[in-house]
Write a protein that binds this ligand. Structure first.
Ligand code: EPU
Length: 784
């Protein structure tokens, strides 16, 4: 058969109609399986389309394809001969004799428009697959949930049973090698039938396996009756046996009346019956009988009761194809999951990360039940709703689907080429769940931030699940990659230390702004700190040390890499020896002042007024009341970039106003200060003086202390005051009314607001007074 563009053009639309008509399917079947042609696939990167491309290449066709995205599948197909275009241009399909398009492709696609204009034959994906199937003995696996797993399981069992089947399933299946495979040798062709767009009606298989039927895809179907109509047609068009799940009422009602129908399930009436099911960690075992006769025990290494059901369907099918039960059981035991079907992304005693494709409330319930049965401490779930139409239609059902989860983070809807529906977002589902009084649910409208929200709530013992048919799994993958590093950091700091992912730095800065730290680490010992430094160096991870965060402005994008907070343990020690006070880097300067008081040592009272730690005070050479840190330092102990420790005396150190260069690349561990013996009353009076100065001249609101260094000619606060900028604001960041060198956070200010205000002040000072203000606060991190 030859289908030239000219030939079809002269026959106008009629040939297209003919070809698309059921009666013409044998012709299309011949065209696709017994001849070799030039075929173009529009939307070739989709999971179903890429499988079809693989089949057509194996059948010897010259295949081209277009898509707006490149995937590892399109790259693999290119190596096999696909001519791939990352754009839909009509000219790329000029030479094609036939065009196949995905359901996701819109009517105005230029390739479709041109092909229609010149009368080129156009087919939907399922029509092409159904036509290919016609050249073999077709087996269609259909149903709302579990198709991919079951068709993969069926193809695997038939293959192990020596039947050399060809297959076509909707996802990458590691155990099968690829999502589609053409086997010249075998008679059978196992295909997953897609009910979502009505194309199930194209199939004329020898056997059909029906898993379940319920309301779904209400973007396409008006109601359940419309869905059942398509299934009824498939059943009518099945020439041999229909195998069906008797435990699903809709399926049983539709299939039960058919003559050549075989049932499976847990019901006593099932032809193939499963019983004595035992679910364990990642699998199950159960007994199988056929019409009362015991066949034996089956063991599955994929979890969940729903998979026991799926396996019973496959057992029924394979048994009807005369594969002995022992062989079936042995292959089922070897079966591994399809991608994104309870796929384990990370597993340790402390955490288990699993990705699943579940996106319908029934699937979510089943997956959560399986996850719960694994027996981890908590179940933390991230969910991306799929399609606005489904979110709208099943919103109420989603409201109860997450009952088994302890925590749920829901992001916005993955549109899957649908236009938005006003008022329908991920929040619609969150509201439904909250109404049913589930307290652990939050909404995160930005998909890119979901891994952060979930990562920051983790506790040892958690099972973390990503659910959805869109791209939420990418968030779990980012989390898994970071968790690998976080767990290595945890091993370094040990039981007593602490490691958290994506810790919001607004919780650790006195100004209360700033995005997350990718890895927040609290070592308790100098040894652990040294090891952290070496680890970061070897792994090329940036390392930043934060004390009290009192002189720090972290940008809204947070800090990438490891943020070390030396806190507790070695870093909290204060020792007084004569006039010397040695304090760890994590000790607050005001604690040093009070330790000195307790030992009747004076000269350090001004430290009372500084909100920072010893480490921060050293790094900044912080000061107050006309004094500065290094005036009182005798020696310091620090770690170098290789993690080696050093002790240096004051005389060996180069120090400037508000700057101590040594700690720009090295890390403070402790400092020894010298006090002077003094009367307690005198110390108390100086402490009061400092407190009074603070109370009367500085704001109590959230701030980062003084923002600018004092220029030589005028204190920065006085300058800002004179410029009339007090109380000026950007958003919720405001110049303090009390002191011009303080910016205060009126609540929920962002870092970018503070930065904008700083820039405003600088430019006014420059313009009006010719003074170049320099920030004293350290500005770090990445913009959002
Ligand atoms: N002034 C004004 N208007 C203002 C603020 C200040 O006229 O809005 C005047 C004051 O009246 C005073 C002069 O400016 O005559 C200096 O002000 P202040 O005494 O408050 O000291 P400062 O130089 O602004 C320094 C430190 C503070 C420390 C105080 C108290 C710097 C940049 N700041 O402030 O340190 O608490 O002395 O001893 O050196 C910090 O470093 O984060 C910090 C708050």
């Amino acid at each position: 058969m030859k289908l030239t563009p000219e030939a079809t053009a002269t026959r106008a639309g009629s040939s297209r109609k003919n070809l698309r008509h059921r009666d013409a399917l044998p012709d299309l079947s011949r065209f696709l399986t017994a001849e070799q042609h030039r075929i173009h696939l529009v939307g070739v990167a989709g999971s179903g389309m890429s499988g079809l491309a693989g089949l057509l290449i194996e059948l010897g066709h010259s295949v081209s394809g277009s898509d707006k995205v490149t995937t590892t599948e399109t790259e693999r197909l290119q190596r096999l001969g696909l001519r791939f275009h990352e754009q839909h241009l009509a000219e790329h399909a000029d030479a094609a004799e036939l065009i196949v398009f995905s359901s996701a492709i819109k009517e105005d696609n230029p390739i479709l428009l041109t092909a229609r204009n010149c009368g080129k034959p156009l087919f939907r994906r399922a029509e092409a697959v159904a036509a290919i199937m016609r050249s073999k003995r077709g087996i269609v696996i259909a149903g709302m949930h579990g198709k991919t797993t079951t068709s993969a399981m069926a193809a695997h069992v038939l293959r192990e049973g020596g039947l050399h089947p060809s297959h076509y399933v909707g996802a990458e299946i590691p155990i099968l090698g690829t999502n589609a495979f053409w086997n010249q040798r075998g008679e059978y062709f196992v295909a997953e039938g897609d009910e979502s767009d009505g194309t199930l009606r194209f199939f004329h298989p020898e056997h059909a396996l029906i898993l379940n039927i319920e309301e779904e895809h209400l973007d396409f179907y008006s109601d359940l009756a419309a869905i059942e109509k398509v299934f009824a047609q498939l059943i009518d068009q099945t020439s041999g046996t229909v195998l069906y799940n008797v435990d699903d009422p809709n399926t049983a009602r539709l299939c039960g009346k058919r003559k050549r129908a075989i049932s499976y399930g847990f019901s006593e009436h099932a032809d193939y019956r499963g019983s004595d099911v035992e679910l364990r960690n990642f699998g199950s075992s159960f007994l199988v009988s056929r019409r009362g006769e015991k066949l034996g025990e089956a063991i599955l290494n994929v979890p969940g009761e729903h998979n026991v059901h799926n396996a019973l369907g496959v057992i029924a099918l394979a048994s009807e194809l005369s594969i002995p039960f022992d062989k079936i059981a042995a292959s089922l035991r070897k079966f591994e999951h399809a991608r994104r079907r309870f796929e384990i992304k990370y597993a340790s005693d402390r955490f288990l990360l699993v990705d699943d494709y579940a996106h319908h409330p029934t699937e979510i319930r089943a997956t959560l039940r399986t996850a719960k049965s694994i027996g981890r401490r908590r179940l933390v779930t991230m969910f991306q709703p799929h399609r606005f139409s489904r979110t709208k239609a099943l919103c109420r059902e989603f409201g109860t689907a997450f009952n088994d989860a302890d925590r749920v983070v829901i992001t916005d809807v993955y549109p899957a080429s649908e236009p938005p529906i006003p008022g329908i977002t991920g929040r619609s589902i969150v509201d439904e769940i909250v109404q049913r009084s589930h307290r652990g649910v939050t909404y995160q409208p930005h998909l890119q931030s979901v891994h952060r929200d979930v990562g920051n709530m983790l506790e040892a013992g958690d099972l973390i699940l990503s659910l959805g048919a869109g791209n939420i799994h990418e968030q779990l993958e980012i989390l898994a990659a970071d968790l690998v590093i976080a767990e290595r950091l945890k091993a370094i700091v040990g039981e007593e230390g602490d490691v958290r992912l994506y810790e919001p730095l607004s919780n650790h800065t006195t100004l209360r702004v700033g995005g997350p730290a990718q890895f927040w680490v609290e070592p308790r010992t100098e040894r652990a700190f040294a090891e952290l430094i070496r680890f970061c160096r070897n792994e090329h991870l940036p390392l930043f040390v934060i004390g009290r965060g009192s002189n720090l402005l972290v940008r809204d994008g947070g800090i990438r890499g490891v943020v070390v907070h030396p806190h507790g343990g070695d870093f909290e020690k204060i020792e007084v020896d004569g006039c010397e006070i040695t304090a760890g880097a994590g000790v607050k300067l005001r604690q040093v002042a009070y330790a000195a008081r307790a030992a009747n040592l004076g000269g350090l009272e001004w430290m009372e007024g500084i909100p920072g730690t010893v480490g921060g005070g050293l790094r900044m050479n912080a000061g107050a009341m006309g004094a500065q840190t290094f005036e009182k330092v005798i020696r310091i102990r620090y770690l170098d970039p290789e993690g080696n420790s050093h002790v240096k005396n004051r005389g060996e150190l180069e120090v400037f106003y508000r700057r101590f260069p040594l700690l720009e690349k090295n890390f403070a561990v402790s400092a020894t200060f010298c006090g002077e013996p003094a009367e307690r009353a005198q110390i108390d009076s100086r402490l009061r003086e400092s407190q009074e100065k603070r109370r009367t001249t500085q704001p109590v609101a959230k701030s980062a202390g003084c923002i600018f260094k004092n220029p030589a000619t005028i204190p920065a606060g006085k300058l800002v005051d004179e410029l009339g900028l007090k109380n000026s604001r950007v958003g919720n960041a405001r110049v303090s009314r009390v002191h011009g060198n303080f910016i205060v956070n009126d609540g929920n200010a962002t870092s970018s607001e503070v930065l904008e205000l700083i820039d405003d002040i600088k430019s006014v000072a420059r313009k009006k007074r010719g003074i170049e203000l320099e920030t004293e606060v350290e500005i770090v991190g990445e913009p959002e």
